[in-house]
Design a protein around this ligand. Structure first.
Ligand code: PLP
Ligand code: LYS
Length: 471
């Protein structure tokens, strides 16, 4: 596993170290974001012989967890997208979601390249629920991806981000008539139909229109991931059962919709590629269709021990059992944005309970990252100005009024104290997306960093924003 190695003259030393190499190489070609790419490893390393601060003897920041181009700079601070996180926090405050723009672009290009190397018939669709932010829509549009939206709100943002409606796929297990009408008025390219009730709604709204649709199918098996985000099993609220596909197809024809193919999504944060081969086999067995959409779900590394498959391996698995003539679509969300973003917090209170635990409380928590509470998700954490150094085993808690508001359990940090900046990596997917106002806490801003420039793309909420809907 490659690490972002940290230059330091001694364990706790600081100083103006010469960084030989580092930073982002955005135009250096297609860079596989997982551990396969040499190019990426080289671009992240700032080695200087044995002069390294070590965390538990294994090097510095694991590069497959942190955004592309992350490094520890001459001041000993974490730099994302060429921006020193201490400076970013000073300028924009905390908590803040900070993204390396080039990371997202490199991942989009990697996906396209992985397909292009294998087939001419493919489409990569950004599953925007992972990070529904106007600037992200614009970025993935620029990179040539299509887009999937799962609600009227996501459709609104996708259009605002400049997506050609023809390249938008509209999802949802319970699209309202208003949402369907909005999609039709917007001339959305494809509606992924989820149920017979939805077909009834489409009959009222779009009979004879020739609207392009696909049918979402429940393939009838589970892939290994957290139960709350498994979606392939028969006992699922999503999609048509296998035995219903023929009848649903017939209904599409009666209504005058153009049925283009089948869609299935087996769940999220999946490492087991055999599940995708099985999925392609199941869908291919349901007849000859021009398009098969195998959904999203490729997992990412949240912690150094997690090793997800590469995009190449994933695309191989998607294509292995798909018929040659079929155009294969996929809908990555998390794997496009998850490792691109980090959350920067300020430490407020440190509570040491001798012989029990040390709580390091930060100025955010379950309002900006619900994943630990929903899925028991594990994260890493570092101090922005002295990363990679261990010292004290602590638990990072949020500021919300419940004991379950824990962001990271048992992480070793260099004796954290009030005022320190704490950085949690791999928060780019489903962080901003699931942010909420629990305890009337304003939601954090989103900052895009590139080549040393930090630009704010979503501002921090204010107290006034909290009252905006009062009547
Ligand atoms: C239909 C559909 N497509 C794509 C995705 C994106 O999944 P992920 O973010 O795991 O790639 C999801 C969410 O799991 C989904 O429900
Ligand atoms: N929100 C989930 C993923 C759900 C995927 C959307 N269908 C997560 O953070 O892991």
């Amino acid at each position: 596993m490659r690490m972002i190695l940290i230059i330091a003259a001694g364990r706790h030393a600081r100083g103006p170290w010469a960084v030989r190499h580092g930073g982002v190489r955005p135009q250096s070609g297609i860079i596989a974001p997982q551990s396969e790419s040499k190019a990426m490893g080289e671009s992240l390393q700032t080695t200087r012989g044995s002069d390294r601060a070590q965390r538990d003897g294994d090097g510095g920041l694991p590069e497959h967890v942190w955004p592309l181009g992350t490094r520890v700079n001459e001041a000993g601070r974490i730099e994302v997208g060429g921006c020193d996180l201490v400076e970013v926090a000073r300028e924009f405050g905390t908590p803040a979601y900070v993204y390396a723009e080039d990371d997202m672009r490199a991942r989009a290009r990697s996906y396209l390249a992985a397909f292009a190397a294998r087939t001419e018939h493919f489409e990569v669709i950004y599953a925007s629920k992972a990070f529904p932010c106007t600037a992200a829509y614009a970025l993935f549009r620029e990179e040539g991806l299509s887009c999937d939206v799962a609600s009227g709100g996501e459709l609104f943002l996708a259009l605002r981000g400049g997506f050609d409606p023809a390249r938008i796929y509209m999802h949802g297990n319970n699209k309202t008539e208003a949402e369907l009408a909005y999609a039709l008025e917007s001339q959305v390219g494809t509606i992924v139909v989820d149920s017979f009730d939805e077909l009834d709604r489409l009959e009222r709204l779009a009979a004879g229109s020739g609207q392009r649709v696909m049918l979402r199918v429940t393939p009838g098996f589970t892939a290994e991931t957290h139960r709350a985000i498994q979606t392939g099993q028969i006992d699922s609220k999503f999609g048509f059962g296998l035995s219903e596909v023929e009848r649903a197809a017939e209904r599409c024809r009666q209504i005058g919709l153009e049925l283009r193919g089948l869609h299935a999504h087996i769940g999220s944060q999946i490492f087991d590629l055999a599940a995708y081969e099985r999925l392609a086999e199941v869908l291919a067995g349901l007849g000859d269709w021009p398009l098969l959409n195998l959904g999203g779900g490729l997992g990412i590394a949240y912690t150094r021990d997690q090793k997800p498959p590469s995009y190449d391996q994933y695309v191989d698995a998607l294509l292995r059992r798909a018929p040659d003539a079929v155009t294969v679509l996929c809908e990555p969300g998390r794997s496009l944005v998850g490792n691109a973003g980090v959350t920067v917090y300020t430490v407020g209170t440190v509570k040491r309970i001798p012989g029990v635990r040390t709580y390091v409380a930060v100025d955010g928590g379950m309002s900006d990252n619900l994943r630990p509470m929903l899925y028991g998700a594990r994260y890493e954490a570092e101090l922005a100005d002295r990363p990679g150094r261990s010292g004290e085993l602590v638990t990072v808690a949020g500021m919300h009024c419940e004991s379950g508001d824990i962001i990271v359990r048992d992480v070793s940090l260099d004796r954290p104290r009030p005022g320190d900046l704490l950085v949690v990596p791999a928060t780019g997917a489903y962080g901003h997306a699931m942010a909420n106002n629990y305890n009337a806490v304003p939601r954090p801003p989103v900052i895009f960093c590139k080549d040393g420039d930090a630009r704010i793309v979503v501002r921090r909420e204010t107290y006034e924003d909290l009252a905006l809907r009062d009547v």
